[in-house]
Design a protein around this ligand. Structure first.
Ligand SMILES: *Cc1c(COP(=O)(O)O)cnc(C)c1O
Length: 443
């Protein structure tokens, strides 16, 4: 069973192997090409820090299925909770006949999210769906309509969240028209901002833009990832988020923190907002919430969350009981196994190694991130010019050597590392050795 999968990288064939090549051919003729894949290998089993493929290859997982399997794949408590729930009942629809574990997940989120004010939660299926609902709730509460999102933002692929997302290719191109009343403000991007632009200056720059081009009287909400995901793991300069939060409070604007990628112990705190003591009005969670089962949530101030009328929120599957059982087991695992602290250990290990690599490789422009959410920005030697081709070549070399690494960033030049918190130090070090070799190979 998956929990006992041998924690060792192993190449049984070249990557991809013959079984995967066969399955990729079937995929090509059956699945829409719009649904792309990073690695053309088909998974058969996964656990700890390993993904095993259909050819018997064992890959080191530095991706966690995009920050989802934070507690590990098929984590034992999650497996047990799901098994029990699936045998009891699979669905009744919470809007028809409710069940306890939906309420228990809501209570847990109200307890764990930043701030000790009175909170409410609503559950959904995907990150994008939860972001959409956070916007609905903010509009219902403020009776205003404009929404501000930021440069490099990623909030999903539905119509409204495409509008909130910054990057055209591949997320938006050809899929418009997009939802109206969405405005984009400048972010704090320490590596690329001028040296004198600290967090306070960057916040003032964004606020000036918002006041002049949108107007607080029209603005329902600011949506921001406290640490950006797809946009390149950009950590805003200290003071940027607190200044925005303060401005929102003073102007009756709802601050929505999109912690879909950064939440649930990923960054070495339960939520990324916690690093600066920022208390958002609404917080959106998904990805790491339920050990791989589809679940998302909006949690926030009771008076805002309760603004929409009865039956104004919901969905057939939102807060499915199996996903809720998995979420409770995931939260129990994070707390019982000390995974917040584990993410901090992983940060120390990864930053130490990547900073050393950067010291003698001027193609590594920046090393950044928190916890087990760390990235390097790849540039043309000695410049700050993005090098997406080299980034892709490094990732491809790592893939061939049996390590799952992902890329991201507006310029496609960021290698990001999102190991499951269940990975051991030996495997993590070996994964970084492979990345170091890939950097050498492409020099
Ligand atoms: C992945 C992601 C989303 C969208 O989540 P889905 O479950 O893919 O809809 C939204 N916001 C952030 C920050 C994300 O990383």
């Amino acid at each position: 069973m998956s929990a006992s999968i041998e924690q060792r990288r192993h190449l049984a064939t070249s990557i991809p192997g013959p079984r995967s090549i066969e399955l990729m051919a079937r995929k090509k003729s059956a699945v829409a090409q719009g649904v792309g894949t990073t690695l053309p290998v088909f998974a058969i089993e996964a656990g700890g820090g390993i993904v095993k493929d259909v050819d018997g290859n064992q890959l080191i997982d530095l991706g966690s299925g995009i920050a989802v399997t934070t507690v590990g794949n098929s984590a034992p408590r999650v497996v047990e909770a799901v098994r029990e729930q699936v045998e009891a009942f699979t669905h009744t629809c919470f809007m028809v006949t409710p069940y306890e574990n939906y309420v228990a997940v809501s209570e847990a989120l109200n307890r764990l999210t930043p701030g000790d004010h009175d909170k409410r939660t609503a559950l959904f299926n995907s990150g994008a769906e939860a972001v959409e609902n956070a916007v609905k709730i903010a509009r219902a509460h403020t009776k205003k309509s404009a929404i501000v999102a930021f440069d490099h933002a990623y909030h999903g692929r539905t119509n409204l969240t495409m509008a909130l997302t910054a990057k055209s290719m591949p997320y938006k191109s050809g899929f418009g028209p997009f939802a109206p009343e969405v405005y984009r403000a400048p972010l704090s991007y320490p590596y690329r901002d001028a040296k004198d632009v600290d967090g306070a200056v960057a916040a003032q720059r964004a606020i000036m833009y918002i006041e002049k081009q949108v107007g607080a009287d029209n603005l329902a909400a600011i949506v921001i990832e406290p640490i950006q995901g797809e946009g390149g793991f950009i950590v805003p300069a200290d003071g940027f988020l607190p200044a925005l939060a303060q401005w929102c409070t003073a102007n009756d604007v709802v601050l929505i923190a999109d912690e879909v990628q950064s939440g649930f112990a990923r960054t070495g705190a339960m939520f990324a907002c916690d690093h600066e003591g920022v208390v958002p009005d609404l917080i959106v969670t998904a990805k790491g919430i339920a050990g791989g089962l589809p679940l998302s949530a909006v949690t926030g101030r009771a008076e805002i969350m309760d603004a929409p009328h009865v039956s104004g929120l919901g969905g057939t599957y939102g807060g499915n009981p199996i996903a809720c059982a998995a979420a409770l087991a995931t939260i129990e695992t994070i707390e019982a196994d000390g995974l917040v602290e584990r993410a901090r250990e992983i940060e120390r290990l990864m930053l130490d190694r990547l900073n050393r690599l950067q010291a003698d490789d001027d193609r590594i422009g920046d090393v950044r991130g928190r916890g087990a959410m760390i990235a390097v920005e790849i540039v043309k030697s000695g410049t700050d010019e993005p090098d997406p081709a080299l980034t892709g070549a490094i990732a491809a070399a790592a893939h061939r050597a049996g390590v799952i690494v992902l890329t991201c960033g507006t310029y496609g030049n960021v290698l990001r590392f999102l190991p499951p918190l269940s990975i051991g130090d030996a495997l993590l070090n070996e994964g970084l050795d492979v990345v170091a070799d890939a950097l050498e190979e492409t020099r």
